[in-house]
Design a protein around this ligand. Structure first.
Ligand code: OFO
Length: 167
């Protein structure tokens, strides 16, 4: 059984993963509207991954015999200046998610909840991967997007990444 502190923080994390899925889906729609199909496909796929992160937490809480409680999810923004500004916000957002996961891990440890502590290690690894992935994408944008042609190449590259993940 989860302590109330751990269960409250897990429910907050469920809300944050849900918000992240919605944010990336909204970003995907913006990219599609502006003709950046590679970015749109990549972000739609990433939104599904985030939904998976939410579901994994939800199922874990359920399996401990507690009731997962879905919090209210605020609406994500829907306007951006450019694909670069989108990927900058994503990188910052992922850093915030990492901080929240780390706070959750700390609480689980302090509460002596080693099962939750162990379960959360997957998220620790995942956040490391995601920060790295978005840092690399941002670097590509910064190197190439000083010219309009560069944006096209980054878009194509994201399409290639999205398609290789589909297989
Ligand atoms: Fe990329 O945020 Fe989920 O864990």
């Amino acid at each position: 059984m989860l302590s109330s502190k751990v269960s409250q923080k897990l429910n907050e994390q469920i809300g944050l993963e849900f918000y992240t899925a919605n944010l990336y889906l909204q970003m995907s729609a913006w990219c599609s509207l502006k003709g950046f199909e590679g970015c749109a496909e990549f972000l739609r796929q990433h939104s599904e991954e985030e939904r998976g992160h939410m579901q994994r937490l939800f199922d874990y809480v359920s399996k401990t015999g507690s009731l997962p409680i879905l919090p209210a999810i605020k609406a994500p923004p829907s306007e951006w200046d450019s694909p670069i500004s989108i990927f900058k916000s994503i990188f910052e957002h992922e850093c915030t998610v990492t901080k929240e996961i780390n706070a959750l891990v700390k609480i689980a440890f302090e509460e002596g909840d080693y099962s939750t502590f162990h379960f959360l290690q997957w998220y620790v690894g995942e956040q490391h991967e995601e920060e790295n992935l978005f840092r690399i994408i941002l670097d590509k944008f910064q190197i190439l997007s000083t010219e309009t042609k560069g944006l096209f190449f980054v878009d194509q590259e994201l399409k290639r990444i999205a398609q290789s993940r589909d297989r």
